[in-house]
Design a binder for this molecule. Structure first.
Ligand SMILES: Nc1nc2c(ncn2[C@@H]2O[C@H](COP(=O)(O)OP(=O)(O)OP(=O)(O)O)[C@@H](O)[C@H]2O)c(=O)[nH]1
Ligand SMILES: [Mg+2]
Length: 219
């Protein structure tokens, strides 16, 4: 791990070398570690963590699969509410990637949603290993009330987060630019947010390099 960090530090200024390191990391092993349904089950580990959150069906699990180049690593579905626990993946022994259940509408019982929302919020508020949250927003819909509520919670808990627009393959270029600008304007009022909004498509595999490098920086 230390060698690896030194390697990053030494050539950290050189973007293309950095991209190579990121590519190597994401082309290597990535394994499911465990699914957590209760905070007492959280892995005791010194590894840094990055977590993917967002409304149900926004494309969290699909984006994790696209980033790691593995189709079925995280389970995806057309039906909102597919991911129901905190799923931990170990990327090359360097960092944990955490796939979280969605918030907002889900096609399961209310009590289920309440239980996993509580679990997710407690994890986000109190996990020292958590380095960065990627808050995913469907590029066709922009920020919703539930997203703003989540952003307020992250600000209060001082959890560093980055907004990622998903399903950008479904959106026209001009609309995409507008959604990005409106979102970045809103972010100015949010202290824990990265000012830059990422644009991605898990389907067409674009916008992934930028996220690879951001994740590399959290190790
Ligand atoms: N067109 C398009 N569809 C996508 C993209 N990413 C995900 N989807 C679709 O969106 C649906 C939901 O994807 P998931 O990855 O399961 O979403 P999720 O946020 O993990 O959903 P929950 O676990 O239920 O909260 C699936 O039908 C995916 O195929 C994308 O980049 N483009
Ligand atoms: Mg999911």
């Amino acid at each position: 791990m230390e060698d690896f960090i030194e390697e990053i530090d030494e050539i950290g200024q050189n973007e293309s070398d950095e991209r190579d390191i990121a590519r190597k990391l994401f082309a290597g092993a990535c394994d499911f570690v465990l699914g957590v349904a209760d905070l007492s089950q959280l892995p005791e580990s010194n590894l840094s963590e990055v977590a993917f959150i967002g409304r149900s069906n926004v494309g969290k699990s699909s984006l994790i699969n696209a980033l790691t180049g593995r189709k079925g690593l995280a389970h995806t579905s057309n039906t909102p509410g597919r991911t129901q626990q905190l799923n931990f993946f170990n990327l090359g022994g360097k960092i944990h990637i955490v796939d979280l259940p969605g918030y907002g509408y889900a096609k399961v019982s209310k009590s289920h949603v309440q239980a996993w929302t509580k679990l997710m919020k407690n994890y986000l508020r109190g996990r020292p290993n958590l380095r960065r949250v990627f808050l995913l927003i469907d590029s066709r819909h922009g920020l919703k009330a539930s997203d703003l509520e989540m952003m307020d919670m992250l600000n209060k808990a001082a959890v560093n987060y980055c907004i990622v627009l998903t399903k950008c393959d479904q959106q026209k270029r001009e609309q995409l630019v507008q959604t990005k600008e409106t979102t970045e304007l809103t972010l100015k009022k949010h202290t824990a947010a990265q000012p830059h909004v990422c644009q991605t498509s898990a389907l067409k595999k674009f916008g992934l390099d930028e996220l690879h490098i951001q994740i590399l920086h959290q190790i």
